[in-house]
Design a protein around this ligand. Structure first.
Ligand SMILES: [Zn+2]
Length: 341
C-alpha cells in the first residue's frame, strides 16, 4: 500500500511516500481502507520533531481518517467489513481508572494515532476496535475525515472552561482547524464569539461561520479590538492555541472570573504570567489535550445532524503531502486540508 512515512525528523523532504506491506488486524483490531485523511498541526510536529521528545520512528502520519472497514481481527464484535467509519484518533488502555470513568484523555498510556502508532496517511490503517465510530450518512468521506481531532479538542476545551450561554468567548486563530471548531461550538452553546484571524478574508470566513465579531490581528492589536467591543468588562473565556505571541494579551482580555483554556503553543510555549492579575481577578488557566471518547462521539453526532460543520479548505492527492504541509505551516488555509489516497 502507499503510505506517507517519516523515518527521520526535518523539512518537507522528510515526508516519504512509500510502498509498504498492507497491515493485518490483530485481536480486537480492525483494518480500514482509507478514503480520506485529514491533516493536523500535529503532523508537522511529528515531521519536524520536538526537542526533548522521542517519537517512535519510523511512523506513518495521520491522526484523522475515514473509510470502510475491510478486515476485522479475532474477537471484534463492534464493527464488520463494509462499515463506513470515522477513525477516532485518541488511544488509551481502556482498563485503568481514568478510562473506566470516562476520562480516557487522562490515561497514563494515552496516545494519538500518527504520533504514537501508525496513522491514517496510507491506503489502509489498522486501529483498535474502540477507535472507530459509524460515519453519519450525511457526511461525505472527505468531511468525515477532517474534524474528529480538532472538534473533540475544541469541545473538550469549552466544556472544561464551562462556557455558558450568554457569555462571551474570544477565539484566537479562528481560521485554524481548532479555531473553526471553537467558533461553531461556542455559537452552538449560545455564547457570543469574538474571533481573531490574520487576514480580512479569514475574518469574513469566521463571520460566515457564525462569529459575532472578527478582529484582524495583522491590522489591529487584538486587546484594543476586544476593548472596543466589550469596553472594560472583557471576555469570560479565551480559547487559546497560539501561545507566546498572544498569551499575555489573551490574559489581559479576561473579565473577572474569566477562564483561559489552551491546547497549543504554535508560536512558542514559554510565557510570562502575572500572578497578581491571576488571583486579583479570580482567573483560571486550563490546559487541555484532545478530548474524551464521549467528546469525540458527541461532535460526530452534532456534525451528522448538521449542528456543526466540518470546514475543508481543499482536497489534495496523498502524493502532494509536501505541498499540504507547506500550506499548513504558512497558515494559508482556512479550516482543514484533506488528502486522498
Ligand atoms: Zn487507561
Amino acid at each position: 500500500m502507499q503510505a506517507v512515512v517519516v523515518r527521520e525528523h526535518g523539512g518537507f523532504d522528510k515526508l516519504l511516500v512509500e510502498q509498504l506491506p498492507t497491515p493485518e488486524p490483530g485481536p480486537a483490531e480492525v483494518r480500514i481502507k482509507i478514503a480520506a485523511v485529514g491533516l493536523n498541526h500535529l503532523d508537522t510536529w511529528v515531521r519536524r520533531g520536538v526537542p526533548g521528545h522521542q517519537f517512535p520512528l519510523p511512523l506513518i502520519l495521520g491522526s484523522d481518517g475515514a473509510g470502510t472497514v475491510d478486515a476485522v481481527g479475532e474477537g471484534v464484535t463492534g464493527a464488520a467489513a463494509g462499515d463506513e467509519v470515522i477513525v477516532l484518533p485518541g488511544l488509551s488502555c481502556g482498563t485503568c481508572d481514568s478510562c473506566q470513568s470516562g476520562h480516557d484523555q487522562l490515561c497514563a498510556d494515552y496516545g494519538v494515532l500518527g504520533e504514537t502508532r501508525d496513522g491514517c496517511c496510507a491506503e489502509s490503517v489498522v486501529v483498535p476496535e474502540a477507535n472507530v465510530a459509524p460515519k453519519p450518512p450525511s457526511l461525505d468521506f472527505q468531511s468525515a475525515a477532517s474534524f474528529s481531532l480538532t472538534f473533540q479538542t475544541a469541545w473538550s476545551m469549552l466544556r472544561r472552561a464551562r462556557l455558558q450561554a450568554g457569555e462571551t468567548v474570544l477565539v484566537q486563530g479562528a481560521g485554524s482547524g481548532v479555531g473553526t471548531a471553537a467558533v461553531q461550538i461556542a455559537r452552538f452553546l449560545g455564547a457570543e464569539v469574538i474571533a481573531t484571524a490574520g487576514t480580512d478574508a479569514k475574518c469574513q470566513a469566521a463571520l460566515d461561520l457564525g462569529a459575532n465579531h472578527a478582529i484582524c490581528y495583522e491590522q489591529q492589536d487584538f486587546v484594543a479590538g476586544v476593548r472596543e467591543i466589550r469596553g472594560r468588562s472583557g471576555v469570560d473565556v479565551v480559547f487559546e492555541h497560539v501561545g507566546a505571541s498572544t498569551f499575555d494579551g489573551s490574559i489581559r482580555c479576561l473579565a473577572r472570573g474569566g477562564r483561559l483554556v489552551t491546547c497549543g503553543a504554535t508560536t512558542g510555549g514559554d510565557v510570562q504570567l502575572s500572578l497578581h492579575r491571576l488571583f486579583f481577578k479570580n482567573l483560571s488557566v486550563i490546559g487541555n489535550t484532545m478530548g474524551t471518547r464521549d467528546d469525540a462521539l458527541e461532535v460526530i453526532r452534532l456534525a451528522g445532524s448538521g449542528s456543526l460543520r466540518p470546514v475543508v479548505d481543499r482536497v489534495l492527492p496523498m502524493a502532494e503531502v509536501h505541498l499540504a504541509h507547506e500550506l499548513l505551516e504558512s497558515r494559508s488555509v482556512f479550516g482543514k486540508i484533506v488528502l486522498t489516497p
